[in-house]
Ligand binder design. Structure first.
Ligand code: BF8
Length: 677
């Protein structure tokens, strides 16, 4: 009896409320199913584990064994002199800026190490050491070669001839790989930025030297007892983040395009409902397309399709999670299974025969979830293994890429027979058009005959399009899944702001139906709707994965080049946003957006509240240096209106604010006339 009482007194763990956890129906359904099956997910853990209040303020220093030193902001705020200090005397500004810098370093390292992997494979391709990868976009190779000082033509008998593409590839590969560790000069791609921006970086002394060096230097400067000036640390954050955005990420994007093809708009579907009960379901999750490209090829091979049929399946359904999803969507139209926060849920369907992961944004809890189902969880990257014993590691070797990919796909097919009867695939999915790149935007909004972003600029100048927003980044279990992305983006397009999106934000837009031309009539203001309907594009353009934020930098540069909207990125009526950010990569992206002249608003919170002086440096003083600055706003509507206010300020500075008033008046008049007719 006593035992019974004891047992009944044990509190049931608190569980997430599905409606509070997500605005997305299939996610809500799968959270309910996880509760029925007693499988814990991130949504439940977010209810039971609260974040550390001092860490949230950014002022916990654990960089040496005298700490952690915690410097909470007094409840009444700072009255008089701020006397808070750690054992070594580090101030709140030093601690918060060190923590911020280490986030930049980790984020830049993640993107850039991805880029290094791509560059290494490209070098193997150029040296003819890797037979499974080829050059699919030679035009892009020729386009980027001059930035690496690689000639694309040669003189023969006094005549200029095109150079052999293999020689160009080898030259680019050898030069690109040096960007990580060269000892002299600056990064090759910095000169792609508008001239005034480049000159600003040069004057400030923040031109990155090599990618690895800037990341290593952050780790040195933030070691105990080194850099104790938050402004000097922020400068190094700028170097490392530019080495990411205009270096590692941009090289990754370009070389991926060269090897796997540059994206052009294609139609697909998004959400967990893309999984099929009668197919072998393979989910690829992570970031590097080196692996996923081969999995796509293997899964689409007749050999594997026949093998799946032999095992009783009707075929093979591939789906992506996180940025791998964006990579295989933009180049092959492979449907997207979900965002970052849906990774556990894909397994909880009971229909996931294999989940194949590489690097970044992969929950360790996937292994615990997979244990409850038949799912094979396969890690593939030497730097990203899991300790749980149900996880299979198959190291992916690019020299045997197809062989490895077929082995993995075959394992998934064999596992189809082990699938239990308790399967529940949510019946929700949406059509999406994805795969816009710098070149395809030019085609749709500029026209090849002009070779520029002329039409886009024209529509911004005449006011139909109020401005441009880059909305990117993650989900965060501390905010309602997808809610901030979708509310914010709908508010932006309602106010005639065209949205460029990447990462999990892009996936969320696909799931919620914003990536179709039809979304324009439903959600856009009259000016943007008219442009989208005329040109036949969605109001939200999917530009790829998080390394593809480099495409947003280059698209902004093209807008500057097309003319009429100032001379630098900071002159444009444009703003950036990461409304549900959680990753250190997002901080690196934010810093290079800001240092490239973009007003950048993050949602949720920033770990800066405990160091108001450092916060002021990021939120105000950076603007005087680079033309861009940080901001934070958790409420998505207010967040949108901060961006719109900035866009309007820039329109006014450009002298194009009146044009928009006229367009809107014309449109209203037209509607009135139509109503009267
Ligand atoms: O690099 S948006 S949750 S998947 S970090 Fe991760 Fe964030 Fe998604 Fe892609 Ni980017």
């Amino acid at each position: 009896m006593a035992e019974e009482t004891k047992t009944s007194a044990v509190k049931a763990p608190k569980l997430a409320d599905p409606m509070e956890a997500s605005i997305e129906v299939s996610t809500q359904e799968m959270i309910r199913r996880s509760h029925r099956l007693q499988v814990e997910t991130v949504f439940d853990r977010a209810v039971t584990m609260k974040p550390c209040a001092i860490g949230m303020q950014g002022i916990c220093c654990k960089n040496c064994a005298m700490g952690p030193c915690r410097l909470p902001l007094p409840k009444e705020g700072i009255v008089g002199e701020d006397t808070r200090k750690g054992l070594c005397g580090a101030t709140a500004n030093t601690i918060a800026s060190r923590n911020f810098s280490r986030m930049v370093a980790a984020g830049a390292a993640a993107h850039s190490d991805h880029g290094r992997g791509v560059a290494e494979v490209f070098l193997a391709v150029a040296r003819k050491e890797s037979k499974d990868y080829t050059i699919k976009d030679p035009d892009k190779l020729i386009q980027i070669a001059p930035y690496f000082d690689v000639a694309t033509t040669i003189e023969v008998d006094g005549k200029t001839q095109d150079r052999n593409i293999d020689e160009i590839a080898l030259g680019v590969a050898e030069a690109a790989i040096k960007e990580w560790g060269k000892n002299e000069g600056n990064l090759a791609y910095l000169k792609r930025a508008p001239k005034p921006l480049y000159e600003k970086w040069e004057k400030e002394g923040v031109l990155p030297r090599s990618i690895d060096r800037e990341i290593v230097e952050i780790m040195h400067r933030t070691h105990m007892g080194v850099d104790q000036d938050y402004k000097n640390l922020t400068k190094q954050c700028t170097r490392a983040s530019l080495a990411d955005g205009w270096g590692g990420s941009m090289i990754a994007t370009d070389l991926q395009d060269v090897m796997f093809g540059s994206p052009s708009p294609l139609q697909s579907e998004a959400n967990l409902g893309i999984m099929k009960a009668d197919h072998v379901n393979i989910i690829v999750h992570g970031h590097e397309p080196l692996l996923s490209e081969m999995i796509v090829a293997a899964a689409q091979s007749q050999e594997m399709i026949d093998y799946a049929k032999e095992k009783g399946a009707k075929g093979i359904q591939l789906g992506g999670i996180c940025c791998t999803a964006n990579e295989i969507l933009q180049r092959h139209g492979i449907p997207t299974a979900g965002t970052f926060l849906q990774q556990e849920l894909a397994i909880i369907t009971g229909a996931c025969d294999a989940m194949i992961v590489d690097v970044q944004c992969i929950f360790q809890n996937l292994a615990n979830v997979a244990k409850c189902f038949h799912t094979k969880l396969i890690t593939t990257h030497p730097i990203a293994k899991m300790e749980q014993d149900n996880v299979i590691h198959i190291q992916f070797d690019e020299h045997y890429a197809m062989q490895d990919a077929k082995r993995i796909v075959k394992m998934a097919i064999d596992n189809f027979l082990n699938r239990g009867a308790d399967v529940m695939i949510p019946q929700h999915k949406a059509t999406q058009i994805a795969g816009f790149g710098v070149e395809s935007i030019q085609y749709h909004l500029g026209g090849t005959f002009r070779g520029s972003y002329y039409t886009l600029n024209d529509n911004i100048i005449n006011g139909r399009i109020r401005g441009i927003a880059g909305v990117v980044g993650c989900n965060n279990a501390r905010t309602q899944h997808n809610s901030e992305h979708i509310t914010l983006i709908k508010e932006l397009i309602k106010n005639d702001v065209i949205v460029l999106t990447t990462g999990c934000s892009a996936i969320a837009c696909g799931i919620h139906g914003l990536l179709t031309p039809g979304a324009a009539a439903v959600h856009c203001g009259p000016g943007l709707a008219e442009v989208c309907e005329t040109v036949g594009i969605p109001p939200v353009l999917h530009l790829g994965s998080c390394v593809d934020n480099s495409r947003i930098l280059l698209a902004a540069t093209e807008v500057v080049k097309a003319g009429g909207l100032g001379k630098d990125i900071c002159d444009l009526p444009a703003a950036g946003s990461a409304p549900e950010w959680m990753s250190e990569k997002a901080i690196s992206i934010g810093q290079y957006f800001v240092a490239s002249g973009v007003y950048t608003v993050f949602g949720y919170h920033m770990p800066l509240e405990g160091a108001p002086v450092f916060k002021n440096h990021l939120y105000k003083e950076m603007e005087a240096i680079y033309g861009g600055k940080w901001d934070c706003e958790a409420d998505p509507i207010k967040h949108a209106h901060k961006m719109i206010a900035h866009i309007d300020k820039k329109r006014k500075e450009l002298g194009i604010d009146k044009a928009r008033d006229r367009v809107l008046m014309d449109m209203a008049d037209r509607q009135k006339l139509e109503a009267e007719a």
